[in-house]
Ligand binder design. Structure first.
Ligand SMILES: [Zn+2]
Length: 214
């Protein structure tokens, strides 16, 4: 059985935390590290259970100790105790990088969460793009999903069902309503072989030199 292990070379390499065979979150080696989870913008601690940036202080590292080192990784402290009986705190698997986090209508959204939902839905391809725009005071978020060719040969009804299914699952999992559009395979742009997951047009629009056309 494979278990997840978390660490980073700046701090120790593997060994900050790791899953037991229950695989219900990563047990933190709290005798060697002080772990805090903070809001990446305000740097204030988030309430237990909420997602934030992992900040580490080393207790046993010699010569090059780290004090409140910002990892850039997003995680959350898991509530309750692990079925294995260990009573220390556990963290979730790393959910992404702070740079990837989007705030849509006040809700934190990670591209990895969108990916997980799409992965469950038959007929979608592993290519998608999240486009966020601001219309008036509201954020509008659209997920473009590449769909299998067979979907486009089918009747409109099946495409519509698929869009509704994706929309419903995203709302359940992320708490945000997205517009969903199916696009044909290979229509989303790739950069150096890697897909560009997020197009956030909001920053551009807040600049006085780049006002949107009315
Ligand atoms: Zn355990």
């Amino acid at each position: 059985m494979a278990t997840d292990n978390y660490g980073l070379s700046e701090v120790i390499g593997p060994g900050v935390s790791g899953e037991c065979l229950e695989r219900k979150g990563l047990h933190i080696n709290e005798d060697h590290f002080i772990l805090e989870v903070v809001d990446p913008d305000t740097l204030q601690p988030v309430p237990p259970g909420e997602v934030g940036e992992l900040v580490l202080t080393t207790l046993s590292k010699e010569a090059f100790p780290m004090v409140r080192y910002r990892t850039g990784d997003l995680t959350r402290i898991l509530p309750g105790e692990c079925p294995c009986g260990r009573t220390g705190r556990r963290m979730s698997r790393v959910l992404g990088r702070c740079d990837d986090m989007l705030i849509i209508r006040g809700v934190n959204v990670f591209p990895s969460q969108v990916e997980t939902v799409l992965f469950e839905i038959e007929g979608t391809e592993p290519h998608y793009q999240i486009v966020v725009e601001r219309k008036g005071a509201m954020d509008e978020a659209t997920v473009l999903v590449e769909a299998a060719e067979s979907i486009f040969f089918d009747q409109m009804r099946r495409q519509k069902e698929m869009v509704e299914r994706i929309q419903k699952r995203l709302a359940q999992e992320l708490g945000v309503t997205f517009e969903v559009k199916l696009v044909e395979r290979k229509t989303l742009e790739r950069f150096e072989g890697k897909a560009r997951r997020v197009v956030d047009k909001r920053q551009l629009w807040s600049s006085p030199t780049a006002e949107p056309h009315a």
